[in-house]
Ligand binder design. Structure first.
Ligand code: TTP
Ligand code: MG
Length: 421
């Protein structure tokens, strides 16, 4: 059996836990004047507010609701505690997102006496470790069913689907509930009289393949209650990225560069903490009219340093049109792993040293020092020149990097929130 754990209204519950004044009230995390709702407390959901809803619409639906700015560092910290609890229960834990994970329960039944006893222990330990957060748990023979089951008695609920009950469950499971089936797919299936999962079995694999391609075949498998995916404890990251909807649309290249640097810093730190380097840097730009472009560059030598990532991202940014104002800016690094032959070849061509490789090595050394300082003394202890200036007074016209070490840990202005959010 597989256990799926999913925290209840995660970001909103954390805010309510940390601030008693918010408890029992409709809380919406995210938004501000712009952007979307990341999540809403169950009190706010009663008014129809949900994740990904534009902030303005949420405000209209629930005028008495409280909007709270997200605090990702705090959510990550608590997410870490939840994962620790799960790993203390089983060696086979796969984190699927910031607030959910799968756990392979094989053999654990005997350790805990029964499946309900295991689930009970998990829930109690999560509540204690986090300081009071609740989760919902689904247990089923396969992954996708476990995920569906954790939603059945949400919030703060449990649903265990025994193998013998899977058939009956599929007969009343609306296709829309199957992960991967969106509103359009559900509508398309509806045209063939397919409303519940088991309705799919009236059609052949060929029918699904020709109409919906490979995803159609996967869907048919699900309709049979099959899901070959195992719980995989370490899923390798394929990319790291950071993006942000700006507080205000802008065409100001200088401001965009600063945001880019903050993103490069964030992505670089995540890569460095995982000892990863990537060869492809991607820039994502969404304009005020919601059109979106991405531009990528693949390098000879992989990067993980903030300046290394920033340098490429900046080059990409300078090549895109700023005729329309920018609404969202993002940076990603992918293509991990160093292709050794290529690096060696580069080194040979450069008399044993590749300038890209050597430069990156130097930059990484500095970054590791900065990362370690922050780890020890907190985020504010050092900031890059341009970022430090931005934090202090919002003025950073073409700063050079001489101010690499900012001795003032306190100089945070509201802009810092935008950068760090
Ligand atoms: P979810 O588990 O999908 O949602 P939730 O935990 O808020 O609520 P539920 O009780 O229904 O599980 O997502 C976990 C967190 O991820 C959520 O608290 C906020 C964030 N998130 C977003 O930022 N944007 C989104 O569109 C979604 C769905 C989630
Ligand atoms: Mg959740």
């Amino acid at each position: 059996m597989i256990v799926h754990v999913d925290m209840d209204a995660f970001f909103a519950s954390v805010e309510q836990m940390d601030n008693p004044a918010l408890r029992g009230r409709p809380v919406m995390v995210g938004g501000g004047d712009r952007g979307v709702v990341a999540t809403a407390s169950y009190e706010a959901r009663r008014f129809g507010v949900h994740s990904a809803m534009p902030a303005g619409q949420a405000r209209r639906l629930c005028p008495q609701g409280v909007f709270v700015r997200p605090r990702f560092d705090r959510y990550k910290e608590l997410s870490g505690k939840v994962m620790e609890v799960l790993r203390a229960h089983s060696p086979l834990v796969e984190q699927a997102s910031i607030d959910e994970a799968y756990l392979d329960a094989e053999g654990l039944e005997r350790v805990y006496g029964s499946l309900p006893a295991l689930v009970c222990s998990l829930r109690c330990a999560i509540r204690t470790a986090t300081g009071g957060l609740t989760c919902s748990v689904g247990v089923a023979p396969v992954k996708f069913l476990a995920k569906i089951c954790s939603d059945v008695n949400k919030p703060d609920g449990v649903f265990i689907l025994e193998t013998g009950d899977v058939e009956a469950f599929l007969a009343t499971l609306p296709v829309r509930k199957i992960p991967g089936v969106g509103p359009r797919m559900a509508e398309a299936l509806g045209k063939f009289g397919i409303r519940f999962a088991s309705d799919m079995r009236r059609y052949s694999p060929d029918f699904f393949r020709t109409r919906f391609g490979r995803p159609g075949l996967v869907l048919l498998e699900r309709a049979m209650g099959r899901d070959p995916r195992r719980v995989e404890p370490v899923r390798e990251a394929k990319s790291e990225s950071a993006e942000e909807t700006l507080a205000k649309d802008t065409r100001d290249l200088e401001q965009l560069r600063r945001i880019l640097l903050a993103h490069a810093e964030k992505v670089g730190r995540r890569l460095r903490s995982q000892k990863l380097q990537g060869r492809t840097v991607t820039l994502k730009v969404k304009y005020a009219d919601f059109t979106q472009i991405t531009r990528s560059k693949t390098l000879d030598a992989p990067v993980a340093s903030t300046q290394g990532i920033y340098g490429v991202a900046r080059e990409l940014l300078e090549a895109v049109s700023l005729k329309k104002a920018v609404r969202l800016l993002g940076v990603g690094v992918s293509n991990f792993g160093a292709p050794r032959e290529r690096l060696t070849l580069l080194s040979l061509l450069n008399g044993g040293r590749s300038p890209e490789f050597e430069g990156e090595k130097r930059r990484l050394k500095l970054d590791r020092t900065l990362d370690a300082l922050r780890e020890r003394f907190g985020e504010g202890v050092v900031a890059r020149g341009a970022l430090a200036m931005h934090r202090r007074d919002g003025l950073a016209q073409g700063q050079d990097q001489r101010q690499e070490l900012d001795p003032q840990p306190s100089g945070r202005t509201p802009e810092a929130g935008n950068l760090r959010g």
